[in-house]
Design a protein around this ligand. Structure first.
Ligand SMILES: *[C@@H]1O[C@H](CO)[C@@H](O)[C@H](O)[C@H]1NC(C)=O
Ligand SMILES: *[C@@H]1O[C@H](CO)[C@@H](O)[C@H](O)[C@H]1NC(C)=O
Ligand SMILES: *[C@@H]1O[C@H](CO)[C@@H](O)[C@H](O)[C@H]1NC(C)=O
Length: 263
């Protein structure tokens, strides 16, 4: 009787102990029944590749988090559209173009690439200009963004730069659509020449003096060998940083996995 109970217990222990490692093995090798589509903007852009610099900006300004929260919240039931410039667009900027921005201005720059509506390719053709972005005010000298489409191309103009949108989204979910845009969308408010204000606004005009319209107007000329080399090496360093971060997180994952198996 006692020995039968003991062997039943032993059998139970054996079943449990053999089942546990099998479950762990499954969790480690199989990704699960339905591999979920990438949901965060950073996951989408990382997967697409070549968006290192924009991802960095999304993270440093905490806009990546904002976007994730907005997509979760009911307030943005219309969804979001993100115009993502690739690393080559950042490399093409004159040196120091972004360094001169304050944190608040960097946030506005990133928000200028985000629209509070999930715009499918067909909807891009029919938006009314100026299109309102999350940077806000679309007025003259502020954050206007115009889209013009002819069925094949979608041109985007900020008044400072003209860019084109890749009409096929990088990602198109129900509530989030991501397009690649050929250039960093430099908003007029930060890079355009000051517009004459209807009424005197001393605080505004002081701020405007800090803008560098000349540097931006010369953008194509700035793609000289020297300029390209400096910005490219900056981009390379940035990529190195991300690579190191990825490598160290791989080490961390490996360490956790080793611990897991050692238990
Ligand atoms: C877009 O811009 C290109 C050149 O920059 C031009 O040839 C084309 O006609 C423009 N298309 C639209 C729809 O504005
Ligand atoms: C955008 O379009 C509006 C109306 O069509 C026009 O008044 C404005 O000058 C345009 N702005 C830019 C930056 O292209
Ligand atoms: C953008 O395109 C418009 C219309 O094609 C042109 O008038 C303007 O000079 C261009 N702006 C820049 C900064 O290239």
């Amino acid at each position: 009787m006692a020995s039968r109970l003991a062997s039943a217990l032993l059998l139970g222990v054996l079943i449990v102990s053999s089942a546990v490692p099998r479950a762990r093995g499954q969790a480690a090798s199989a990704p699960g029944p339905a591999p979920a589509a990438p949901k965060t903007i950073t996951a989408i852009l990382s997967k697409a590749g070549q968006f290192t610099k924009f991802i960095q900006l999304l993270q440093s300004t905490r806009e990546a988090e904002q976007i994730t929260n907005q997509l979760k919240g009911k307030s943005s039931s219309g969804g979001l559209t993100v115009f993502a410039p690739p690393d080559s667009a950042f490399s093409a900027l004159p040196k120091g173009t972004l360094n001169s921005l304050s944190d608040q201005q960097k946030t506005s720059l990133v928000q200028f690439h985000v629209v509070s509506a999930a715009l499918g390719a067909a909807q891009l053709e029919t938006v009314s200009n100026p299109l309102r972005t999350q940077a806000g005010d679309t007025g003259r000298g502020k954050y206007p963004l115009n889209l013009t489409a002819d069925g094949t191309n979608v041109n985007v103009s900020t008044g400072v730069v003209n860019a084109t949108l890749d009409g096929t989204p990088l990602y198109a979910g129900d509530r989030l659509v991501v397009y690649q845009v050929s250039k960093v969308l430099l908003p007029w408010a930060l890079y355009g020449p000051p517009v004459p204000a209807p009424a005197p606004a001393p605080a505004e005009s002081k701020k405007k003096k800090k803008a560098t319209p000349d540097a931006v107007a010369d953008a194509p000329a700035a793609e000289t060998a020297a300029g390209t080399t400096t910005t490219a090496s900056a981009a390379t360093r940035a990529r190195g940083g991300v690579g190191a971060a990825v490598a160290s997180s791989c080490v961390a994952v490996a360490a956790v996995a080793a611990l897991w198996w050692a238990i």
